[in-house]
Design a protein around this ligand. Structure first.
Ligand code: HH2
Length: 279
């Protein structure tokens, strides 16, 4: 599958998606994320971790201060800012391309001021009514992710008639409201939201049919890293899901992913490079 040459404009730069898949390293500055909660809460440790990810091949570091795992509690913007801002600021000052994983406009706004150039919003701009305007004004790129329901309840028996169709309809609606808010189409990336209101078989079907989303004309982001559907099929605990993750990352790249969001940057950069060669 050929990859169209796409340039995503960013404040003071661009992200080119053509020959190679971008690896987005996950930096959870949280006490409770599902696979690495608490490990990077200290800003100095978080920074060391991020620098290592860049050396290992990450072209984007995705900084998040609030866990979205099923059942996770919400935290106030003040606390989220306290966690993420020092890290965003320091990384951006070092020239690292930072995305901010938040659904709060106040957090996003401060992160953009501190130098984040991509918004990764798991609510696709629905979580905070100011979010679309804030992103439009900052001129950042925006990842619109599909989620069925809310993190607290999303894994309670989600059902779909045709999952790809339902997600496509969601993308079309989200694109429309983003465009209306003044976010240009060439700044939008789409993410089917692996694990967000999906049963294990739904996640597999999304990966199998990923290329169908390419019709929408936006670069695709896919995040399978260490997720529970891998544990479900392989019977592996969170820290034993590296090979399972590798297989899903390769599959996503063969089916058209432009960005893969992962914890294990060094390993998945190798997977991405080899998959890109074959693709
Ligand atoms: N998955 C998680 C969080 N943010 N953003 C995008 N665009 N796509 C994803 O698949 C995605 C995401 C959940 O994973 P993680 O960040 O490791 O855990 P937690 O939400 O518990 O911090």
């Amino acid at each position: 599958m050929n990859r169209p040459h796409v340039r995503i404009p960013l404040p003071g730069g661009q992200l080119v998606c053509s020959g190679r898949t971008h690896v987005m390293g996950i930096l959870n500055v949280t006490p409770d994320s599902f696979s690495d909660g608490g490990r990077w809460l200290d800003p100095a440790r978080a920074l060391r971790r991020a620098r290592r990810m860049v050396r290992d091949g990450a072209s984007i570091v995705d900084v998040g201060g609030e866990s979205t795992r099923p059942g996770a509690a919400r935290i106030p913007a003040r606390e989220e800012l306290r966690r993420v801002l020092p890290v965003v600021e320091a990384l951006a000052a070092e020239g690292v391309l930072v995305s901010i994983d938040t659904s709060k406009a106040a957090v996003a706004e401060a992160a953009f001021r501190a130098g984040a150039k991509i918004l990764n919003d798991v609510t696709a701009l629905r979580g905070d009514r100011r979010m679309a305007r804030v992103a439009a004004k900052a001129g950042v790129a925006v990842i619109l992710m599909h989620m069925k329901g809310r993190p607290r309840t999303m894994q309670k028996a989600p059902r779909y008639r045709d999952i790809v169709r339902e997600i496509t309809d969601f993308f079309l609606k989200s694109l429309k409201s983003a465009l209306r808010a003044g976010i240009p189409r060439d700044r939008i990336l789409l993410d089917p939201g692996i694990g967000f209101g999906k049963l294990p078989e739904h996640n597999v079907e999304i990966l199998r049919r990923l290329e169908e989303f390419r019709r929408l004309g936006c670069p695709l982001v896919v995040g399978t890293s260490r997720k529970s559907f891998i544990g479900h099929y392989l019977g592996r605990k969170v820290d034993e899901r590296l090979p399972g993750t590798a297989a899903t990352v390769a599959a996503a790249i063969f089916r058209g992913a432009d960005v893969v969001r992962v914890h294990d940057v060094r390993e998945m950069s190798d997977v991405a490079r080899m998959s890109d060669l074959v693709r």
